[in-house]
Design a protein around this ligand. Structure first.
Ligand code: PGA
Ligand code: ZN
Length: 432
């Protein structure tokens, strides 16, 4: 990387790279990046954006100019791509994506990618990955498959009830998902998700509830107690003709509890102020009463002691996924593995900021025996990169919101496309 710009070390020459400001699903600006290789192959990537972010995430760069988009513009990040990044990446022959990503990290020079902006860097990294896959004559998921890993079609986790910071309702838990673990194929899993979503809409309407949607396309009813929602989900699953449970359609929760742990150190849930230990007991009861197979961010990102207890108590029978606590960071995940905190990690490209580091995070999980749930953000574009990442990594799990709204179904539709082209790929969570 320190070689002069004219040196020929690799085969990939980027001739053009540029970004523009587009809108995400919440109507907020986000960068879209386009990369062109010598020979004319071009690829585009749209950058996602979170709302319930972890404090250690790579930093999204926003303009802060209150005169544009209420301060949320990304012209600075776009200019970083069009200026400094384009200058650094064009005119040099790159060996592979790892070398490109390392150059981006070095050029930025900060631990949190805040100088150029993680939203600039991740867009470039994703577009480069796509372009290199096309250049190799491979589908993106094939190109992303690490050596020695078997690709699989993931279980889609459809977020059908939204709360927390994703909806203006009194529900403290952020996400209630349905996961067709027992579906025979990916297509049948998508069908189950859509049919249960439809059944749920009818049930809510019958009960006089609003059927307006939260940020990820799930319904946002005026409900308060998590258990009330779980009972409703079981009813919807059954009403749609499916079996609620691991053999059929299971439930997954993302309380996103960092958002409702207050300065008093308590978790404020439905009017109660619970300690970490009381939260663990609440989850234990929930998992005994309802077919909940996965809990993400059950405790807050700074409550590592609580997490250790939660893992000890429920880790044998429930998948415990770290999102805000791990932020797709290989070093933090490695630390968690050594401390037996959680047994799975959420995987979000923009939390760490490059495709290479994301793949490292997943490799760290595989080595430590931790499962991985590939994830969208609450602010999305129609970019479907994460569908390919979930398939190629063989992790067997993807969450991309409701089975509705264009930016959410773009991911599920990409899975359907891959499944149709490759009926030989197995569906589901990998056998233990
Ligand atoms: P975010 O939420 O994209 O708003 O951060 C998603 C999640 O917490 O999993
Ligand atoms: Zn989460």
């Amino acid at each position: 990387m320190t070689a002069p710009a004219t040196a020929v070390t690799g085969t990939h020459q980027i001739t053009d790279i540029g970004a523009l400001e587009i809108l995400d699903s919440r109507g907020r600006p986000t960068p879209q990046v386009r990369v062109t290789l010598a020979g004319g192959i071009a690829a585009v990537a749209g950058v996602p954006s979170g709302a319930s972010t972890g404090s250690r995430e790579a930093v999204e760069r926003r303009d802060g100019d209150q005169g544009r988009f209420r301060g949320l513009g990304v012209l600075g990040a776009v200019e970083a791509v069009n200026g400094e990044i384009a200058k650094r990446l064009t005119g040099y022959r790159w060996r592979d994506l790892a070398e490109i990503d390392a150059a981006l990290i070095e050029l930025d020079g900060t631990a949190g990618k805040e100088r150029l902006g993680a939203n600039a860097i991740v867009g470039v990294s994703m577009a480069c990955a796509r372009a290199l896959a096309v250049a190799a004559g491979r589908e993106l998921w094939e190109w992303l498959t690490p050596a020695g890993v078997a690709p699989r079609l993931p279980v889609p986790h459809f977020n059908v009830i939204n709360g927390g910071v994703h909806a203006p309702n009194p529900l403290d838990f952020q996400e209630f998902m349905i996961a067709p673990l027992g579906a025979p194929t990916l297509a049948e899993a998508v069908r189950a998700g859509a049919e249960i979503y439809g059944a749920l809409r009818s049930l809510l309407a019958e009960r006089g509830q609003v059927t307006s949607l939260g940020d990820e396309g799930g319904f946002a009813p005026q409900l308060t107690e998590p258990e009330e929602v779980l009972a409703l989900l079981v009813t919807a699953i059954t009403a749609a003709g499916y079996t609620a449970g691991r053999d059929g359609v299971a439930i997954a929760l993302d309380p996103a509890s960092s958002e409702f742990r207050h300065a008093d150190g308590r978790y404020h849930v439905a009017g109660q102020k619970l300690t970490s230990m009381e939260m663990v007991e609440r989850y234990a009861e929930i998992t005994e009463r309802f077919p909940v197979w996965l809990i993400e961010d059950g405790l807050a990102e700074d409550d590592w002691d609580g997490w250790a207890v939660l893992t000890e108590r429920l880790g044998e029978r429930v998948q415990l996924v770290g999102d805000d606590i791990f932020v797709t960071n290989p070093a933090i995940i490695a630390d968690a593995i050594s401390r037996r905190v959680a047994n799975a990690s959420l995987i979000k490209l923009n939390q760490i900021g490059t495709v290479t580091e994301t793949l490292e995070a997943m490799a760290t999980c595989r080595r430590g025996g931790y499962a991985q749930l590939v994830s969208h953000r609450s602010g999305e574009t129609t970019d479907s990169f994460i569908a390919d990442l979930a398939v190629g990594s063989g992790c067997g799990e993807l969450k991309a919101g409701a089975p509705a709204r264009g930016e959410r179904v773009a991911k599920y539709n990409r899975l359907l496309e891959i499944a149709a082209a490759r009926p030989d790929l197995p569906y589901g969570v990998p056998p233990a």
